[in-house]
Write a protein that binds this ligand. Structure first.
Ligand code: G4F
Length: 342
């Protein structure tokens, strides 16, 4: 029997690597789209043992001709669009490339699917960042959006475009509104991995302290490896739809720091407020964390918490890893890597 084919844009990222691993394990012929400058990022696929099992294709989502040619040539069974400028914090400085990649790129993919491969099942990586300045205490698929960053605005366009192409052309398109999802493979610019990595460096003596932005920000943090299963499940349904993927619990950045300290046997004591807040190691009195306004955002998303009921009932998906366990997993990974590097 012919293997099912799947194409993952953004295969070198955290989610792309976990999804590639999942699809390889399910017997798919997995193709991964790679930008010319992303080759050094293949370490994630290597770490998960799937580098040789993914067929890498040169891919630049902002090149409409290239996107169209690729989709019409391969006519994949499934396409997972994970390619993005995904760092919210950079999207104010990089608003044009963020929009080109996160909005126009999706338009090019959907146009190509509509014209040349209408049987393709398509997953769009939407995001809880679209809820932004929340208008409901717990956000679900029906909660109105209020994005707070050029990233969120660009993602909102793609989300609605996916809905519109599904409704207008009867295409098989689903959109996953994923809340924050982390793992040891998370990029070091995101706050959880920044904390796990830099905390290990502080305890190892190779870094003095960690500078963080808004410690009061609250996020619904889940485990990325579990979230890619929800992506796959969305494309196995008879009906295509939008799904929130979240844990339903929210945690402050400050609490995440404390969770990350536990496996290193560090207890942190907080002193001061706002920009003057500092975290000290109780045992040694050493300053470990300080607030650095450089990491504040022009417009902040204060709190996110998702309602995953639809994903649980319709997809049979549920989160398993608690944020504390996630922090431990990330710190243990970083600590081992630092020890290994000597
Ligand atoms: O880890 P973050 O950079 O993730 P953010 O902005 O929530 O975005 C992530 O999740 C979204 C889903 O909602 C995705 F769409 C997006 O692609 C990405 O994966 O920041 C989390 C929070 C923010 O409120 C930020 O202001 O942590 C706060 N924070 C405090 N100090 C910091 C820092 N964020 C970063 N990156 N670095 C800091 O030093």
């Amino acid at each position: 029997m012919k293997k099912r084919s799947a194409f993952i844009t953004g295969v070198s990222g955290q989610d792309g690597a976990y999804l590639a691993q999942l699809l390889v394990s399910k017997g798919y012929e997995v193709y991964g789209g790679l930008r010319r400058n992303s080759h050094d990022e293949l370490y994630r696929l290597r770490l998960l043992g799937v580098q040789d099992k993914v067929k890498l294709l040169n891919f630049e989502i902002t090149d409409q001709f290239g996107v169209t040619e690729l989709i019409s040539k391969y006519r994949f069974d499934e396409v997972y669009n994970l390619a993005a400028q995904s760092f919210v914090g950079a999207s104010w400085d990089l608003s044009v490339p963020t929009t080109n990649i996160n909005s126009m790129g999706v338009l090019y993919l959907l146009e190509a699917i509509k014209r040349f491969s209408p049987e393709t099942r398509f997953y769009q990586a939407s995001t809880s960042e679209m809820f932004g300045k929340i208008v409901a205490p717990i956000q679900s698929e029906t909660t109105p959006f209020y994005p707070r960053s050029p990233y969120g605005v660009a993602k909102l366009y793609s989300h609605w475009l996916t809905v519109n192409y599904r409704e207008s052309h009867g295409l098989r398109l689903s959109s996953g509104i994923l809340f924050n999802h982390e793992a040891p493979l998370r990029g070091v610019e995101f706050v959880t991995r920044k904390i796990s990595r830099q905390l290990c460096e502080v305890m190892n003596g190779t870094r003095d302290r960690i500078g963080l932005g808004n410690l009061d920000a609250k996020r619904d943090w889940g485990y990325a490896k579990e979230y890619v299963e929800a992506m796959w499940l969305m494309l196995q349904q008879d009906e295509f739809d939008d799904f929130v993927v979240a844990t339903g619990k929210t945690t402050t950045v400050r609490d995440f720091v404390e969770y990350a300290c536990e496996p290193l046997d560090v207890e942190i004591v907080w002193e001061g407020e706002g920009e003057n807040e500092k975290g000290y190691n109780r045992k040694t009195n050493k300053l470990i964390v300080e607030v650095n306004p450089e990491f504040f955002r022009p417009a902040e998303v204060d709190v996110l918490i998702g309602n995953n009921e639809k994903a649980r009932t319709k997809l049979g998906w549920q989160p398993k890893t608690e944020v504390k366990e996630l922090a431990r997993m990330m710190v243990e990974f970083d600590w081992a890597a630092i020890q290994k590097a000597g």
